[in-house]
Structure formats: structure tokens, C-alpha cells
Design a protein around this ligand. Structure first.
Ligand code: CP3
Length: 358
């Protein structure tokens, strides 16, 4: 879906970067590459900061979030930065008690169980509760501007966020979420609408603060739902969220995992780029998405734990499937793992550039 850039968004130095050109499906010197979760635990300097500060402290301190965002940019030849934050903090302003528990992950001790809980949720503007991330974006943008490297903002998609709110944390089968959806369809609509309102405002504010593109993570819809449920309970809200982002003036990356049985329905929700997970060959996925759209992906993150020969073979598979077609952003098919060797990250980034050089 190509939308004209909104007039109020001034061009940043990243406008002609490899990433933004590729999103517009223009020719670039090499294929752009960045890695989902590229700022994080596989880096020693990240672990050093986290040893002194909690996850929420880091996210809510712009200088620390900026420093962590820049760590992989300074260490590798990456073509994009992604702001250090998380998909879940926007839920705090809505009324959820979010905590990141060591060894467990995100936990909320006041999960949504009734329709009244949905009606109690607030929809505050991002400038009220998420200003620290907007300030971090401004700091990072100032550092990136001379380098011409684009900055990505992001949010969770409504289903993925709703699943955390109803389960009270992560889940394997999403039984509570699906039972709520089936039992209280009207409250489900109200919940999804509230999430759309909050995430749209948050992403528009991220673009205003300097994000050059935004990514929506629908990490779990594909694991929880079949095609019918996706189209009935999820797609209308992703479509609405993405269409509201027209106002942001920046391109949208529509990322999900496990959605390959109905990837065409995911693509139909919109966005300028569809993020592909690692379970399906990139060329087959691209056919389903439509070859007139840009795609991002799709190396299995666990390939980074393999010796170089095996890793290179798998990078080649992705690049062979992309076949030099305009509109391919190289990325992993999901987030990088904490035990990934740094040297493999460096080799991957450099090899993608070397192999795709015109
Ligand atoms: O570099 C980047 O990509 C930016 C940072 C980023 C984080 N979370 C930091 C983080 C991004 C883009 C996210 C998105 C996110 N958060 C998603 C969608 C992406 C995906 O992988 O599907 C989801 C589902 C979450 C929720 C979340 N946050 C979980 C389940 C966990 C615990 C498990 C885990 O992966 O560590 C987190 C914590 C979290 N978010 C960490 C980081 C670096 C680990 C915190 C730590 O222990 O230091």
C-alpha cells in the first residue's frame, strides 16, 4: 500500500538510505540488513547496563535507551536502528500492572477477565505515559542524522497485546484469550478498538519524534489462530491501525510469525513491507504477499548459532530466494537469541552487503 508522505513530516537524512529506498522498491547499491531485537542480551555492553538497571528503568530513561539503541549500530554495519523499548509499556498507561520478572518474562498481576475490566481500560495519549520513549527517539535521531541511518519505531499489534493482557503474561496455547474472544465478542471489539486507538497515537507520535518507519509486531496471532479467526477477530483491527498510520507520513512494516497459512490475508491488512518469519521459503512467501510489495526476512535466528559454513549456506538460501528483486530487506525471521555469537552477527551483516553489491 503506497501512501503519499504527509506534508508535515520533513525529510530526514535517511530518506535516501538503503532501507527507505528498498521500502519504496527503488534500486540500492546493496541489500539493506538489520536484525530484529538487535539491541539486547547477546551484547556484553547491554548486559552491563541491565546489571545495574531494571528493564523498565532502561526503557524509561532516554539516555540509557539511546545508548542501547546505538550499541549495535556502532558495532556492526547495520542499515537501520530500532528504538530500544518494548511492545508492553503502553499497557501501563491503560491500567495494566506490568513487570518484567527475571527468568520469567513480562507479567501482569491484574489480567483482563471480565467485560468490565475492558471498560475500565484507559486510552491516554502517548505524550502522557510514553514521553520517555519519544524523548529517546529524539536523542537517537540526533546521533543517526549525520550517519544517514534510519530509525525504526514500533508497537505491538492489537491481538498480541490483548493476549498478554488476558493471559497476564506469555502463553503457549492462548486458551484464555481465545475463550474471551469467543465468549465476549462485543467486549473483544471494544478491547481491540482501545488498543488500536492507543497504538495508532503512539506510532504517530514516534514518527513525529523522528522515527523514519514503524514496525507493528503481531508476534502471536499466527500461533493462536487459524485463518477464520484471524480474519474475524484480528484482521479488521490491524487494517484499521495501519490505515490510521497514513497520517504518520512514514512507511509501515507489518510483521507477524506463524501466519504462513494465510499470509495473503496478513498482507491484505496493509503496510508498505510485510515481515516474513523463517518457516517458509522467502520466494513462496513473497508470491503470497504479492510481488508488488516489499518484504523483510527471513533467516532462522538459530542459524546464527551454527558454524559459519552452515550459516552462510542459509544466508545464501534467503538471498537466492530474493533473487535480487527490488524490495527485499534482509532480516531474521524472528528476534535474535541472547546466546548468539557476536562474530556471526558481524559476518552475516558484512556478507549480505558483499554478496549483493552491484
Ligand atoms: O532491538 C530491538 O529489537 C528493540 C527492542 C525490543 C525489545 N522487545 C526489547 C526487549 C523489541 C522490538 C521488542 C518487541 C517485543 N517485546 C515483542 C515482539 C517481538 C518478538 O520477538 O516477537 C514481544 C512479544 C515482546 C514482549 C517481551 N519483552 C517478552 C516476551 C520479553 C521476555 C522474553 C525475552 O524475549 O527476553 C521481553 C523482554 C525484552 N524486551 C528484552 C529485550 C531486550 C529482554 C530483557 C532483558 O532480559 O534484558
Amino acid at each position: 500500500m503506497n501512501r503519499p508522505a504527509a506534508a508535515e513530516k520533513p525529510k530526514s537524512s535517511a530518506y535516501d538510505s538503503r532501507l527507505l529506498k528498498t521500502i519504496r522498491r527503488e534500486e540500492t547499491d546493496v541489500t539493506p540488513v538489520w536484525l530484529m531485537r538487535q539491541a539486547g542480551r547477546y551484547m556484553e555492553n547491554y548486559r552491563a547496563i541491565r546489571a545495574k538497571h531494571s528493564m523498565l528503568e532502561v526503557i524509561q530513561t532516554p539516555e540509557l535507551a539511546c545508548e542501547i539503541t546505538m550499541q549495535p549500530i556502532n558495532a556492526f554495519d547495520l542499515d537501520a536502528a530500532i528504538i530500544f523499548a518494548d511492545i508492553l509499556p503502553p499497557l501501563i498507561g491503560m491500567g495494566m500492572n506490568l513487570e518484567f520478572v527475571k527468568g520469567v518474562g513480562p507479567v501482569m498481576d491484574n489480567p483482563i477477565t471480565t467485560t468490565k475490566d475492558v471498560d475500565m481500560l484507559a486510552c491516554p495519549p502517548a505524550t502522557l505515559h510514553l514521553q520517555s520513549t519519544l524523548d529517546a527517539i529524539k536523542l537517537v535521531k540526533a546521533e543517526l542524522e549525520p550517519k544517514g541511518i534510519p530509525l525504526l519505531g514500533f508497537s505491538g499489534a492489537p491481538f498480541t497485546l490483548a493476549s498478554y493482557m488476558i493471559e497476564g503474561g506469555g502463553s503457549k496455547v492462548y486458551a484464555k484469550t481465545k475463550a474471551f474472544m469467543y465468549t465476549e465478542p462485543a467486549a473483544w471489539v471494544r478491547l481491540m478498538d482501545k488498543l488500536v486507538t492507543v497504538q495508532a497515537d503512539y506510532l504517530i507520535q514516534q514518527a513525529k519524534a523522528g522515527a523514519d518507519a514503524v514496525q507493528i509486531f503481531d508476534s502471536w496471532a499466527g500461533w493462536a489462530l487459524g485463518q477464520y479467526d484471524y480474519n474475524r477477530y484480528v484482521a479488521p483491527y490491524n487494517t484499521k491501525l495501519i490505515s490510521m498510520l497514513g497520517r504518520s507520513g512514514v512507511p509501515v512494516i507489518n510483521f507477524s510469525t506463524g501466519t504462513y497459512p494465510y499470509l495473503e490475508d496478513v498482507a491484505a491488512c496493509g503496510g508498505d513491507v510485510v515481515g516474513i518469519d523463517w518457516r517458509m521459503p522467502l520466494d513462496e512467501a513473497w508470491e503470497k504477499v504479492g510481488t508488488d510489495m516489499a518484504v523483510m526476512g527471513n533467516l532462522d535466528p538459530i542459524a546464527l548459532l551454527a558454524p559459519w559454513g552452515e550459516l552462510k549456506f542459509r544466508i545464501d538460501q534467503v538471498l537466492d530466494a530474493a533473487d535480487g528483486r527490488l524490495g527485499h530487506i534482509f532480516n531474521l525471521g524472528h528476534g535474535i537469541l541472547p546466546n548468539t555469537p557476536i562474530d556471526n552477527v558481524r559476518r552475516l551483516v558484512d556478507y549480505v552487503h558483499e554478496r549483493t553489491a552491484k
